[in-house]
Design a protein around this ligand. Structure first.
Ligand code: FER
Length: 541
């Protein structure tokens, strides 16, 4: 076993805040300028962003320990160490780190990155990158990496290109320029490199031939064998590999299978059905509820953002804005015995009843702010703020991109929140494709006909067809809002802009009445349970 020096111990004896690799240069028998093996602790490494690091013996490349990095909330979160004196800007060194991860996708892109200040701003530059194979150690190395001239506050860290999965790091070393630092062999995703030795050559072809005639069903097949990404290793891959090695082709075709989309099965006349009672208990696959603050046209406000279990900022999510009622606030949906909507969402998603999505609970409370004018703040502040920070179908927060993603955006609300919903329909239909007004009528226009006409006129002004917006309204038959809502719905049914059915492949407008239910979130949350799975299946084309 190699003798490795603990940086943490060095830092302790020097009582220095930052680790000083120079102090241990030469202390290591191999002459490394820095060498971290994590055998005796974290060696001065720390979590970047929300990440945590700890020495762990659950995996190791060498010795018995590695550094385990967990609790990441973004791909740039990871394991980091500040470089002290002795490793100088403008000079060239050899860098090496070994990385491994054990869960998630079959392969993942990892970066060994340097952060530094150039005197004006913070910069980030990749030292080495590799797509590595799950469950294998892989080396991220660069024998000649020059630290930019004038750099200060230099640190190095391990991060991923996507996702927030846990990983291990071991034997991170810095040596003089050109040093070939030993590290993990293979472990990298290189299509065709069946032997996993870092190159695609005739040895891989031998491997590939052996594998194709092998009768051993248990034989471990490297992900590198499936060169055409068809998800399995087959004769076609062998033929392609042969052609690649002989130079007939210079790249492999991408035969990734198309994901088949089965159309959603709507019920045309959806009846009220309560969510199972346990859906309001804590779920074993919990999403997160984050509190966020923004400063908008109606002052400083808070809202909550629910992200589903295993939220991946590299993926795109549908988004549902859900508004509270009068006298309530942004806390109402997540922190009361009669709501706990996040638990319901967790269960629905875990059981495949709902695609993972983001749910936002904003508020119309605040300076000059009211339910009926919230649509202004939604457009000006709430959507750009939330969707700039969380990953939705909006490619950017420009109004153009928000419009382009409207079929992936829904808005709903209860009581005064329903009043806000009809206003969002009337004024923001260019930004939102799905609407869920719950137990509240439209405040606009005179009488039931006037209200319906006010909404129909908004549709005409928008230019959208009846295949480009969808309304799932609901209330209880004993709800105080029922006598207000029902006549409005009856008038809407007569208008050509609205085609009544809960089968949104046929129509665009529905009203579900829950027998005997009154004006209370304890009932209304079940309307969300019934209606939300009906959203986001139409393309708007
Ligand atoms: C209605 C819409 C909103 C309604 C009541 C409200 C009675 C809200 C009232 C409140 O929050 O005070 O149709 O019907």
């Amino acid at each position: 076993m190699k003798k490795l020096f603990s940086l943490a111990a060095a830092a302790l004896t020097l009582s220095a805040a930052t680790v000083m690799p120079s102090a241990i240069a030469g202390a290591d028998d191999a002459g490394f300028l820095m060498s971290c093996s994590f055998e005796n602790g974290e060696d001065g490494w720390s979590g970047r962003g929300a990440a945590k690091v700890e020495a762990s013996n659950n995996a190791c490349f060498d010795g018995i320990n590695a550094l385990y990095c967990s609790n990441r909330s973004d791909s740039w979160n990871g394991a980091a160490i500040e470089l002290g004196t002795g490793i100088n800007a403008g000079e060239t060194y050899s860098f090496s780190a070994n990385v491994r991860y054990d869960s998630g996708k079959d392969t993942a892109l990892y970066h060994f990155t340097m952060q530094y200040n150039d005197g004006t701003e913070t910069n980030y530059v990749k030292i080495a990158s590799a797509t590595i194979i799950k469950g294998k150690w892989a080396q991220l190395a660069n024998p000649k990496f020059t630290i930019p001239e004038g750099a200060s506050n230099i640190s190095v860290y391990i991060e991923t290109a996507k996702g927030t999965g846990d990983f291990f790091v071991d034997d991170v070393k810095i040596a003089t320029e050109g040093t070939a630092i030993e590290g993990a062999k293979g472990g990298k995703y290189i299509p065709g490199d069946l032997c996993e030795d870092g190159v695609v050559d005739t040895f891989d072809l031998i491997c590939a031939r052996k594998l194709i005639v092998s009768t051993d069903k248990e034989a471990k097949v490297s992900v590198n064998a499936d060169v055409d990404k068809s998800t399995e290793y087959a004769v076609n891959d062998l033929v392609l590999l042969d052609e690649f090695i002989s130079g007939k082709i210079i790249e492999f075709p991408d035969n990734t299978p198309e994901v088949e989309v089965t159309p959603f099965e709507y019920e045309a006349n959806k009846q009220f059905k309560e969510a199972p009672g346990n859906y309001f208990n804590t779920c074993e696959q919990q999403g997160k509820v984050n509190k966020e603050s923004y400063n908008g046209i109606r002052g400083n406000k808070s809202l909550y953002v629910y992200t589903p279990y295993n939220y991946d900022p590299e993926k795109k999510y549908n988004i549902f804005y859900l508004m509270h009622g009068g006298g309530e606030n942004e806390n109402t949906l997540f922190f009361q015995d009669d709501t706990m909507i996040q638990n319901m969402l967790d269960h629905m998603i875990m059981n495949g009843e709902l695609e993972p999505l983001i749910v936002v609970t904003p508020t119309f409370n605040g300076q000059g702010s009211e339910a009926a004018n919230f649509y202004e703040e939604l457009r000006a502040n709430v959507i750009p703020f939330v969707e700039g920070k969380y990953s939705t179908y909006a490619e950017s927060t420009s109004e153009e991109d928000i419009r382009a993603s409207r079929m992936h955006r829904a808005y709903g609300g209860f009581s005064m929140g329903s009043v806000s919903t009809w206003q969002v329909f009337k004024n923001d239909i260019d930004l939102v494709g799905y609407f869920m007004p719950l137990s509240g009528d439209h405040w606009g226009g005179q009488g039931a006909y006037g209200k319906a006409k006010d909404l129909a006129d908004a549709v005409d002004r928008s230019g959208f067809t009846d295949r480009q917006f969808f309304i799932f309204a609901a209330t209880g038959s004993d709800d105080i809002a029922y006598p207000n809502v029902n006549p409005q719905i009856d008038e809407m049914k007569k208008m050509s802009q609205f085609k009544f059915t809960s089968d949104f492949s046929e129509g665009n407008f529905y009203f579900m009445v829950a027998p005997g239910k009154t004006h209370w979130w304890g009932y209304v949350r079940h309307y969300v349970y019934d209606a939300l799975p009906y959203f986001f299946h139409e393309t708007g084309e």
